[in-house]
Design a protein around this ligand. Structure first.
Ligand SMILES: Cc1cc2nc3c(=O)[nH]c(=O)nc-3n(C[C@H](O)[C@H](O)[C@H](O)COP(=O)(O)O)c2cc1C
Length: 374
């Protein structure tokens, strides 16, 4: 079923105005959603299976004592979850964002909209993102890509004024700058210039609460340290093990008969730092989000026991949003129930307690954490 063919949307919102010619950015956002829903775009291995929590047969707490609430970037959340940045910028993106925002507001968790480049290029698309502010999402993130912060070919770089527009568009609490150079090198129309991104991030971090986020290839210790030094307030490690954007772009390249890009996408399908390893490596004293292949509340618990404060989920939330806002809320509540179960069984009454629990790590993830690794 293509997105929008059935189910109920969160609310009847005015249609996105008909545009004569969809821009490249709009087409790309629509293709991403359709490919991710229709093709297998997951990394070959889900590294969360390498992480085990230690069972406590005598937890000496009651399940009702378990408190999953958390404060992140100054906002109180009912659970340590973020619906990861995904979409906007094309017609169906509005329905997806409305369903995601309604679900996030109902359950009291954070949410990010997808890259807002499409609406900065074409302001008439702003409503596909702005729909999120119709709901009481306790922590809402704007989103721009690091490659757009430096000049690319004939395109000018986005600066403080553009970031402010993106924030204002959705009344955002904070800004995500996503790092996606793996995707850019596979993308048929991808941006190639990365020089100057860190300086641009430093400039934005001085003006806005900013979280840096990878999109599937993870953050090393060295990168995390440079981001911290640049002034970012939090890091979403966006590691390997879930949706692979190299895979997504492989399928787009195939459609466009771009054989080199198709091959690059296949070769780098499983490139990156596994999410659980990245949570450990990126622990340089900033709050962390574990995103990439998180598929249950047990995975969330593992991420927190490794040192994250929150976990993010994208693809499972897209699948739910395709059905309805209720399906999003139901999926979030199931994840919270699983997280509470894992906390009960490890004797953890709070997220802080869970962060102190021991974890057992096996290869291949464990190999990333041997002392010689950066
Ligand atoms: C349809 C789709 C679109 C995405 N677009 C963006 C984006 O615009 N900006 C961003 O930071 N991440 C984007 N992502 C990446 C996700 O936020 C997340 O980091 C990644 O999908 C891994 O999570 P998962 O394994 O739970 O899907 C997108 C993911 C999906 C599924």
């Amino acid at each position: 079923m293509p997105f929008g063919a059935g189910g109920s949307s969160a609310r009847a919102s005015p249609e996105v105005p008909e545009m004569a010619e969809p821009s490249k950015t709009e087409q790309r956002k629509a293709e991403h959603v359709n490919i991710i829903l229709q093709e297998n775009v997951s990394a070959e291995y889900n590294y969360w299976s390498d992480v085990r929590l230690v069972h406590n047969a005598l937890p000496e707490i009651d399940l009702d004592d378990v408190d999953v609430r958390v404060t992140f970037l100054g906002k109180r959340l009912e659970a340590p979850l973020i619906i990861s940045s995904m979409t906007g910028g094309f017609g169906m993106g509005k329905e997806i964002n409305a369903n995601l925002a309604k679900g996030a507001a109902e359950v009291g968790v954070a949410m990010g909209v997808g890259s807002q480049r499409a609406a900065l290029e074409k302001p008439e698309l702003a409503s596909t993102y702005a729909v999120a502010k119709d709901y009481e999402v306790p922590l809402l993130f704007a989103n721009l890509g690091a490659p757009q912060l430096v000049p690319q070919g004939g395109k000018r770089a986005y600066g403080v004024a553009d970031a402010k527009k993106a924030m204002d568009m959705i009344d955002a609490d904070a800004l995500i700058i996503h790092l996606n150079f793996l995707q850019e090198i596979v993308q048929p129309e991808g941006d190639r210039r990365a020089k100057g991104c860190l300086a641009a991030i430093r400039t934005l971090a001085a003006k806005f609460p900013l979280m840096a986020k990878e999109t599937g290839a993870g953050i090393s210790r060295e990168t995390a340290s440079r981001l911290k030094e640049a002034g970012v307030q939090a890091i979403d490690v966006g590691g390997l093990g879930g949706t692979s954007f190299s895979a997504v772009e492989h399928y787009r390249a195939r459609k466009e008969a771009s054989s080199l890009k198709e091959r690059l996408g296949a070769t780098f399908w499983n490139w990156g730092i596994p999410t659980p390893a990245s949570v450990r490596l990126a622990d340089v004293g900033l709050p962390l989000v574990a995103t990439g292949g998180v598929r249950s509340g047990l995975d969330v618990a593992k991420g927190i026991a490794l040192g994250a404060t929150m976990a993010g989920m994208a693809k499972p939330m897209l699948e739910a949003a395709r059905v309805s806002a209720d399906a999003v809320a139901t999926e979030l509540r199931a994840v919270v129930a699983e997280l509470k179960a894992a906390m009960f069984l490890t004797g953890s009454t709070s997220i802080n307690d869970l962060q102190e629990r021991p974890v057992i790590l096996s290869p291949p993830t464990a190999s990333w954490l041997e002392p010689r690794e950066a």
